[in-house]
Design a protein around this ligand. Structure first.
Ligand SMILES: [Zn+2]
Length: 105
């Protein structure tokens, strides 16, 4: 079982006042939402959502991220959408495998 982790901070620009709000990558919790069987094994669709507000004007901002893992262990595609703003800095994701903890510590 692999987990998708967002390893950078994301910046979203408020559509109302134009201010940037930073979303910590650790605030995005990816969950498996879909799994399809394909030639090279399963294609796993992971999704995460962050609901917050503009740090300046408090306008609601919702960031959604979808990541497709295929083949297992590789990120095939990333799609993001922002409600109430636009994405200023894209997210950088990596796959963490539960089986491989050698790099820890
Ligand atoms: Zn704003």
């Amino acid at each position: 079982m692999n987990n998708i982790k967002c390893c950078n901070d994301i910046k979203v620009k408020c559509s109302k006042c134009g201010s940037e709000t930073t979303v910590a990558g650790s605030d995005l919790a990816f969950e498996e939402v879909e799994r399809n069987s394909k030639k090279m094994g399963p294609e796993i669709h992971h999704a995460a959502e962050w609901s917050g507000a503009c740090a300046h004007c408090n306008e609601p901002v919702v960031l959604k991220a979808d990541v497709w893992e295929y083949p297992v262990g590789a990120i095939n595609d990333i799609q993001t959408s922002v409600e109430g703003g636009s994405l200023e800095r894209d997210l950088n994701t990596e796959i963490q495998s539960d089986d491989d903890n050698e790099e820890e510590g």
